[in-house]
Design a protein around this ligand. Structure first.
Ligand code: 5GP
Ligand code: ZN
Length: 132
């Protein structure tokens, strides 16, 4: 059984801040910022793409509720709400979860990105590939 299933089953303790029939939200043990919380469905899904539509909708709604809770209790108004989907995207626990990360000041969480330059032709080809 995976670590988040064990947390959901209360076999491993967690600092739970929100719970309903289908979801649990608990403090991340290696927080990026104070209050960094993970939203997980009680049922095991490997990643976002494995969710059914209703659970996917519910997940974002729970993340929103948790952000509102943290906003009120921790006096923070900005958040990065993140899902890492797949190993190469940085997912290390393969039980779907959403990170709710309070951002107290600019730079609390920085995504190091390098943007690509695409020509009009590249965009046209790419667009056609995606929509056709
Ligand atoms: P991922 O890298 O898969 O998107 O995020 C996994 C997160 O789970 C990490 O931020 C990590 O700190 C957190 N984590 C891993 N194991 C545990 C645990 O046993 N308890 C809690 N509360 N968080 C965990
Ligand atoms: Zn699991």
């Amino acid at each position: 059984m995976c670590i988040f299933c064990k947390i959901a089953n209360k076999e491993i303790p967690s600092y739970t801040v929100y719970e309903d029939d289908n979801f649990l939200a608990f403090l991340d043990l290696s927080p990026i910022t104070v209050g960094h919380t993970l939203v997980v469905p009680k049922k095991h899904y490997a990643n976002l793409l494995e969710l059914d539509e209703a659970t996917a909708k519910e997940a974002l709604n729970v993340a929103r509720k948790v952000a509102l809770l943290l906003k009120e209790k921790l006096n923070v108004s900005d958040f990065n709400i993140v899902n890492n989907c797949g190993e190469n995207a940085g997912q290390s626990v393969h039980h779907f979860h959403i990170h709710v990360i309070p951002i107290y000041k600019k730079g609390d969480l920085e995504f190091k990105v390098q943007t690509k330059k695409l020509s009009d032709e590249d965009f046209k080809k790419l667009h056609t590939k995606i929509i056709k």
